[in-house]
Design a protein around this ligand. Structure first.
Ligand SMILES: C[S@@+](CC[C@H](N)C(=O)[O-])C[C@H]1O[C@@H](n2cnc3c(N)ncnc32)[C@H](O)[C@@H]1O
Ligand code: SF4
Ligand code: SF4
Length: 341
């Protein structure tokens, strides 16, 4: 079923001259039950976005529209996606239709929703240290033992195609990464380290959490060595560090979020140019949105970007942009993703 869906979607992209978006980032809720020191969501009561009437039905219809458009992949993100009780139903619906599904989660609720979570093609659990004290400091909650227990339980249910451990990395937890890589090797998981970077939302930025100067070199060097020691279990984009050093997105390496990665909010609204800044939002049909003049104008501007993009290095738009800006990287990542290289 998935393969026939992929083939049909590929044909739609071919017919449209590869101009269509191919992935969706659905922020199921911006609420969170953890308080990570480098994340903008870790603030109690800041968001309350599950009250929108009719949202559940609207999301199912949006998934239908994504399939009609030929979207390949749907990422269920957040906040903490499992705080939205409908998330597992959306996952099942999208998976049945043939979409490739993924979800990053802090792992606190994966046992409660184990059957739904087990349907994902890629489950990403965020663990940046196996030292309970350091974990509690960084993630704002003493939850490591429970999360590890939950993960072990979910892995006995059914193994998603890939289970990835996401580790936000800076100098504080660099020495914890070999332990995490070994943990992944023993369980046939993938470790995805990602350098901590500033995340902006609607113009609001966290206190500076970025790596500077030689810190970037140290992290990159360490990760390269780790990947050499664990080639099957450690995955990251080497080019990301060059991009980081150069200051992120810019005219040399434009962000392709507006044209290739659709941002959908908990109420089913589509936001542009991206999940992190809104110039345009709409509940209209997807084809109308992408055929409208204001949206065409926004997409045309992605080559030069906007002032608020200055310094942006956010991981998900980076990945989508890397594939679009560099076909060789796309090929390499595809093969790597399928675990062929
Ligand atoms: C925003 S969270 C949403 C999903 C879920 N709450 C979780 O923690 O996995 C998605 C991923 O972004 C990572 N992240 C959050 N803030 C970050 C930052 N400033 N730099 C790098 N990664 C970050 C998290 O560790 C997590 O792996
Ligand atoms: S990284 Fe995830 S778990 Fe941590 S505060 Fe952000 S959204 Fe919540
Ligand atoms: S670079 Fe992309 S993701 Fe970052 S703020 Fe600009 S449009 Fe949004």
């Amino acid at each position: 079923m998935k393969y026939s869906y992929i083939a049909k979607s590929a044909l739609k992209h071919l017919r449209a001259g590869f101009k269509l978006p191919y992935m969706v980032m659905f922020e199921t809720t911006l609420m969170c039950n953890m308080f990570c020191e480098y994340c903008i969501f870790g603030e109690e009561g800041k968001f309350n976005d599950l009250q929108s009437r009719g949202a559940r039905e609207r999301i199912f219809r949006r998934i239908d529209e994504f399939c009609d458009m030929g979207i390949f992949a749907l990422s269920f993100s957040g906040g903490e996606p499992l705080l939205n009780p409908s998330t597992v139903d959306y996952i099942a619906y999208a998976a049945d239709k043939g979409l490739w599904t993924s979800m990053p989660t802090n792992g606190l609720l994966i046992r409660k929703y184990a059957d739904g979570v087990a349907r994902l093609d890629m489950l990403e659990v965020s663990i940046d240290s196996l030292d309970p004290k350091r974990f509690a400091k960084r993630r704002g909650l003493d939850g490591l033992p429970k999360i590890l227990e939950n993960l072990a339980f979910v892995l006995t249910k059914r193994k998603p195609f890939t289970t990835q451990i996401n580790a936000a990395v800076n100098l504080e937890n660099l020495s914890d990464l070999p332990g995490l890589a070994e943990f992944c090797r023993e369980r046939d998981l993938v470790l995805h380290p990602e350098a901590v970077h500033n995340v902006m939302r609607g113009g609001e930025t966290l206190p500076d959490v970025e790596l500077h100067g030689t810190e970037i070199d140290q992290v990159e060097h360490f990760l390269r060595e780790l990947r050499s020691a664990y080639p099957k279990n450690v995955r990251f984009y080497t080019h990301y560090y060059e991009f980081y050093r150069r200051g992120g997105f810019g005219s040399q390496f434009p962000c392709r979020h507006p044209s290739k990665l659709i941002s959908m909010k908990p109420d089913g609204a589509i936001h542009l140019p991206c999940a992190f800044y809104t110039l345009h939002k709409s509940q209209a049909l997807l084809k109308e949105i992408f055929g409208s003049e204001p949206v065409k104008k926004i997409i045309a501007q992605e080559e030069t970007l906007w002032d608020f993009c200055k310094g942006c290095k956010i991981g998900c738009p980076y990945e989508v942009s890397a594939f679009t800006n560099s076909p060789m990287l796309a090929l390499e990542s595809g093969l790597n993703f399928l675990r062929i290289i």
